[in-house]
Structures are given as structure tokens and as C-alpha cells.
Design a protein around this ligand. Structure first.
Ligand SMILES: Cc1cc2nc3c(=O)[nH]c(=O)nc-3n(C[C@H](O)[C@H](O)[C@H](O)COP(=O)(O)OP(=O)(O)OC[C@H]3O[C@@H](n4cnc5c(N)ncnc54)[C@H](O)[C@@H]3O)c2cc1C
Ligand SMILES: Cc1cc2nc3c(=O)[nH]c(=O)nc-3n(C[C@H](O)[C@H](O)[C@H](O)COP(=O)(O)O)c2cc1C
Length: 601
């Protein structure tokens, strides 16, 4: 990884900007660094707003013409884990560097109809859930996808879509919104770019194209007016690209011996890192892949592991590349496409959305290489694998109650399928032999305690979804907050899966938890889930909501989040006598006012 020597920077560049620059180029190889230096020099030289359009292959002349009247550029983002937000802010900073006005806005804070009144907009849009918009931005997309959406002939736009090609609905939100804007008559001035998790290079190219276009089409230079930008916090010292090596202090199994799951309580030491977090934040863990999986993969591919391969221009052994650099568990598009090129049967699976989704959900890389043999060259195989990406874990502790520590609740992925063993990368790493784990804090503004400490909260979680609630209650206890706390927890069996049972019972006894409801799905014949407990307690849930309670949901995105949402709608409808439309509006309003927040994965 490249680092810029601090003394090479003139004093006009603040530490925060230097860190941002270092983050942006952290994964660049030698060639890309040279290209970027030329690009930055070009920006510095462009004192006039009309820079060359030579590199803008994607922009048709008619489109440039139609954007000439524009002065302000609106940069919108929809983000959950801050990748899109960071790119949007970087774009605005680049635009400011060439004298353009650029306002950055989170789509959660935007009235949907605002689009009607603007001429130039760029969108950096992540996809979450199962092909869904990031939390809080749903009302914006619902409006523009609905029949109520007005025509947008006057709008010039471009979309950068962020996603993960290990999901069947890859970049779904960016792709569908781009198509919708075109259908409404808006003009795409820079072609949409779809980014996988290794988005640094494609997002930089897209950003450069947008800034060059904006610069070339501006009629006047204006000073930067966006107050939003000044609110951007300084980058922390330890980040995804520069994680802190935290000592692992404890790894305690918190599921019972008879449990079908293995869940660990992990404690990490943050002392000396300067890392701070708030209840609701996640910790990013940069894993090393499990050695037993590396062995199995080498065997399956008939490599010794000593073969030399190049990663970002640097030579390393294949075994090292599997261990430290590449994703060798979850499948993603590049490797699937490379294998499908030799196996037509796989091509037809990839072409069918549902078959593809099932394939991705049930198989890891080891299954793919066993099922579809390919006579790989080592470098060819490595090039088809995506870079190893960090995993996020909801922080299960309050920093104020546990200074210098972060606790996690980790469900260990270790299962047998197709006659072979499978492991998860980060969960295996956290419970393995390592004494330290590279970590960083991932803030989550979408999952926050109410600012008023007297406000009641309802916390709904299944399995490891209970983690942030441990942080919430610890924090409220530590600060003597008076707001009532209600936990609705679900898992499989009471005897083995009631995570942090003793703590919750103690909190219930000392009044830190005013209400505690549990749903153990496998303790009786009929399945019992958290949504059933909510419905049973509907009168009181609605009464709490009417008192201003905040409603949180954490854990399984696939089933629980949708079932709890349906239960919430049913409760509001039943206890309010509102119409269906007004019930939906009631729940949407909870979302808009940040009183209904979800952290689901
Ligand atoms: C905001 C956020 C918060 C999170 N908080 C938590 C938390 O508090 N606790 C927690 O445990 N996790 C949490 N996660 C999930 C976590 O980030 C990891 O995804 C999870 O731990 C798996 O990572 P891994 O590296 O061990 O597995 P990976 O190496 O990512 O392997 C996972 C892959 O294995 C396959 N797989 C797994 N199980 C099966 C199975 N039974 N059958 C078939 N295939 C399977 C799937 O292909 C899956 O993609 C959170 C995620 C997010 C986004
Ligand atoms: C819980 C979860 C669900 C996701 N679902 C999808 C999906 O359905 N399709 C997709 O392309 N990407 C999906 N992603 C990947 C994100 O879009 C990707 O991580 C992106 O970089 C996040 O951007 P953000 O940090 O701005 O939120 C998902 C990520 C998470 C954590």
C-alpha cells in the first residue's frame, strides 16, 4: 500500500485532507499513482473552468450543450456504511478545487420533489438489504418510482452505483434509479458506473468524468457555499485502509453446549488508538483467511502454494495471496464469469436471477472450484478473485461504560455442506490463534439513541442482532438516562441461545430494562418469533409509540426485518383505526423522523 510522506505536503494541506488523500489512493498501484498525480496536476492548472473534455468518451456533445446553463451541482448520496457518502464528499471537494459550487446531501434529508427544481444532479447510490435502498432513503425512491413522479426533462444527471457482486441484485438501486430518471425524460450526462466492493478505481474515474464535465459546462465560477461540507468531521487516524491492531482480550462462548450455533463474546483493547465510538456504531475487522481453508483451496486447485503471483504490482506467494489478499469464501461476479466462460451450464445459472441467488447463497469458492474444474494458471486465478474486504460487527459495548474497549457478539461460520467443511473468514479469524485484530470504527448515524434521554426505546433483535442493544442499555445506565427500555429478543432455544441472559435478567431486576420479551422459535411445536411477541403486546407498543418511543430493529435482513415491519404496520393499523394509506404514512413518518431505525444484515 502506498503512503505519502507527510513532509512532502505543503502546509496548505490540512492533516484531514492529507488523510483523505491517502485513503483515496491507499489501494493504488504504481501506475495508478502516476496517473493520479497527472490528474491532480491537471486540476491545479485549470484556473479557467473550461478544462479539456478529451477524456470524456461517455459524454455526447448534445448532452454537454444541455448542461451549459447549469451552475450549481447537487451531489446526492444514499449510504449505510459510508462508502457512498465518502465518494460524494470527495467529488464535492474535487469540484470545489476547480471553483464549482457543489452541495452534498444525504437523500434521507431530501424532499423528493426537490429534484424537480434543479438542473444538475449526481447520485452516489448504494444498494442494501436484498436489492433495497439504504435505510432512511426509502421515501425518496418510493416517490420517484411511483406514478406520482413528475417528468424531469430539465435534469442532467449521472449515477454511480455501489454494490457487491456476491448479491444477485447487484447495484439494483443505482441501476433502477438510472433507468427511471431516463424514463422520466432526464438526460444522463455521464454513463452510469456500477462498482463492486473494490470501488476505488471505477469511482475515481467516474468522479473525474463528472468534475470535468461540470467544469467544462459551468457558465461562471462560484465560491463553495455548501455548509454541509464544513460539517464533515476530520478523518480518524485509524481507518479501513489503516486499521488499528487491537489486542483480543476475551473470546467467550455465549451459546450453550446444546446450541446449533456458536456465538462468541469478543473483547478488544482500543487503548492508545484514539478510536472512539457511539452506541449503534460498528467495528470493521480486517481478517486473515483461515489456514485450513487456504490448504483446502490449494488442494482443490492443484497448486502447491509456492507459485509466485503479482498483487498490485508486488510479488507474493499464492498461499500468501489466499491468506491475506483475496476473498476466498463468498463468491462474486468476476470469478463466476471467468468460470462460466468455460462452463456453459454455469452461464445459464448466472442468467437466471433466482437460480443465481440460490447459487450464491449456498456455495463458497471451494464449492465452485470443486464443481466446475478449470485448468487455472495461478495469476489468472488470482486476478479473477476480488480483494479481501473487512467485515462489520455491531459494537456490543458502551465506550463510556468500558473505556478503551469494544465488545462484539460474533456468530461463527463453520458448517459442513456438499461433504466438505466451510469456514467464514472474519469469524474464524476472531476466534482463532491471532492475539491482535486490525480494526476501525464504522459510524452508523442511522442507528442512534434518541437525543432526549427521557425518550422510551423499543429494541427488537434476533440472534447477534442483540449486540447494539447491549451498548444502548449500558450507555443509558452509565449516564443515568431515565427513558424506558424495552427489549424484544428472539433466537432458537431458551436453554442455549439466550445471548447475555444473565445481564438482561439483572437489568430487568434493577429497572434498567422496563420490559423484556423473548421468543424462542424451537421451544414449541409452532414457530414463535419476535414479530409474534410484538403483535401480542400491540396495545402497549402503540402506546409507547404515541409517547414518542423510538423503534429499533437489528439482525437478520432476509426474513426478520420484513416480518417485523409487517407487524409494526399491523399494530399501528389495529390500534389507531387509521386507513391503510395513513398507516403506511404513520410508519413512514417514524422513519423520516428517525424514530424507526434498522441495522440489518
Ligand atoms: C452493519 C453490520 C453489522 C453486523 N453485525 C454483526 C454482529 O454483530 N455479529 C455477527 O456475527 N455478524 C454481524 N454482521 C455480519 C458480519 O459482518 C459478517 O458478514 C459475518 O460475520 C460473516 O463473516 P465471515 O467473514 O465470518 O464469513 P464470510 O467469509 O463472509 O463467509 C460468509 C459466506 O459463507 C456462506 N455461508 C455462510 N453460512 C452458510 C450456510 N449455513 N450455508 C451456506 N452458505 C453459508 C455464504 O456464502 C456467505 O456469504 C454484521 C454485518 C453488517 C453489515
Ligand atoms: C446488509 C447488506 C446488504 C447488501 N445488499 C446488497 C444488494 O442486495 N446488492 C448489492 O449490489 N449490494 C449489496 N450490499 C453491498 C453494498 O451496496 C456495498 O457494501 C456498498 O459499498 C455499501 O455502500 P455504503 O457504505 O454507502 O452503504 C449489501 C451490503 C450490506 C452490508
Amino acid at each position: 500500500m502506498a503512503t505519502v510522506p507527510r513532509d512532502a505536503i505543503a502546509p496548505t494541506v490540512s492533516a484531514a485532507k492529507l488523510t483523505a488523500l491517502q485513503q483515496a489512493v491507499a489501494d493504488f498501484d504504481h501506475e495508478q499513482l502516476i496517473w493520479s498525480s497527472g490528474y491532480l496536476a491537471g486540476l491545479a492548472g485549470s484556473t479557467a473552468p473550461r478544462t479539456s473534455l478529451n477524456s470524456l468518451q461517455a459524454i455526447a456533445p448534445a448532452n454537454i450543450e444541455s448542461s451549459r446553463n447549469a451552475d450549481q451541482w447537487h451531489v446526492f448520496y444514499a449510504s449505510e456504511t459510508s462508502n457512498s457518502r465518502n465518494i460524494a464528499e470527495r467529488l464535492a471537494a474535487n469540484a470545489a478545487a476547480v471553483g464549482l459550487t457543489a452541495a452534498v446531501q444525504d437523500l434521507r434529508d431530501v424532499r423528493p420533489k426537490l429534484l424537480k427544481n434543479i438542473k444538475n444532479a449526481v447520485f452516489v447510490l448504494a444498494t442494501h438489504g436484498i436489492g433495497e435502498p439504504p435505510e432512511g432513503s426509502e421515501p425518496f425512491f418510493e416517490f420517484w418510482m411511483s406514478d406520482k413522479a413528475p417528468r424531469l426533462e430539465g435534469l442532467n444527471f449521472s449515477v454511480l452505483a455501489l454494490g457487491d457482486s456476491s448479491y444477485a441484485d447487484f447495484c439494483e438501486i443505482g441501476r433502477t434509479f438510472d433507468a427511471r430518471l431516463k424514463a422520466l425524460g432526464a438526460t444522463s450526462v455521464v454513463d452510469r458506473t456500477d462498482c463492486d466492493l473494490d470501488f476505488e478505481i471505477p469511482s475515481t474515474i467516474w468522479t473525474n468524468q463528472v468534475v470535468e464535465l461540470a467544469s467544462a459546462s459551468a457558465t461562471s465560477i462560484e465560491v463553495l457555499q455548501s455548509t454541509h461540507l464544513s460539517a464533515v468531521p476530520d478523518s480518524p487516524a485509524y481507518t479501513k485502509q489503516h486499521p488499528f491492531s487491537a489486542e483480543i482480550l476475551a473470546r467467550q462462548i455465549i451459546t450453550g453446549r446444546d446450541s446449533s450455533k456458536d456465538v462468541r463474546h469478543i473483547e478488544l483493547d482500543l487503548e492508545g488508538s484514539g478510536l472512539v465510538y457511539q452506541p449503534g456504531d460498528s467495528l470493521g475487522v480486517v481478517p486473515t483467511n483461515p489456514p485450513q481453508l487456504v490448504e483446502a483451496l490449494l488442494e482443490a486447485t492443484n497448486f502447491s502454494g509456492d507459485e509466485l503471483v503479482a498483487i498490485d504490482g508486488e510479488s507474493t506467494s499464492l498461499s500468501n495471496a489466499f491468506t491475506e489478499d483475496k476473498e476466498i469464501t463468498a463468491l462474486s461476479r468476476p470469478i463466476l464469469d471467468a468460470v462460466a466462460a468455460r462452463h456453459p451450464r454455469l452461464t445459464s445459472i448466472l442468467a437466471d436471477r433466482d437460480q443465481f441467488a440460490t447459487f450464491l447463497e449456498t456455495r463458497q469458492l471451494i464449492d465452485l472450484v470443486q464443481e466446475y474444474s478449470v485448468d487455472w494458471q495461478p495469476q489468472e486465478f488470482i486476478d479473477a478473485l476480488r480483494g479481501l474486504t473487512p467485515r462489520l460487527y455491531s459494537i456490543a459495548s458502551s465506550l463510556d461504560a468500558n473505556p478503551d474497549e469494544a465488545h462484539l457478539t460474533v456468530s461463527v461460520i463453520n458448517y459442513e455442506k456438499f461433504g466438505r467443511q466451510h469456514w467464514g473468514s472474519a469469524s474464524s479469524f476472531l476466534i482463532g490463534d491471532a492475539t491482535h485484530a486490525p480494526v476501525y470504527v464504522e459510524p452508523n448515524e442511522n442507528f442512534r439513541l434518541p437525543t432526549d434521554s427521557n425518550t422510551p426505546i423499543i429494541m427488537v433483535g434476533a440472534g447477534t442482532g442483540v449486540a447494539p442493544y447491549r451498548a444502548f442499555v449500558e450507555h443509558r445506565r452509565e449516564h443515568g438516562h431515565r427513558g424506558k427500555n424495552w427489549l424484544v429478543f428472539g433466537d432458537r432455544n431458551l436453554s442455549s441461545d439466550f445471548l447475555y441472559q444473565l445481564e438482561w435478567l439483572r437489568y430487568r431486576k434493577d429497572g434498567s430494562l422496563s420490559n423484556l420479551d423473548v421468543a424462542f422459535s424451537r421451544d414449541q411445536d409452532a414457530k414463535l418469533y419476535v414479530q409474534h411477541r410484538l403483535i401480542e403486546n400491540g396495545t402497549q407498543i402503540f402506546a409507547w409509540l404515541e409517547q414518542g418511543a423510538h423503534f429499533y430493529v437489528c439482525g437478520d435482513a432476509k426474513h426478520m426485518a420484513a416480518d417485523v415491519n409487517a407487524a409494526l404496520l399491523a399494530i399501528v393499523k389495529q390500534h389507531s383505526d387509521l386507513s391503510d394509506d395513513d398507516t403506511r404514512e404513520y410508519v413512514n413518518e417514524l422513519k423520516r423522523t428517525r424514530r424507526y431505525q434498522r441495522d440489518v444484515y
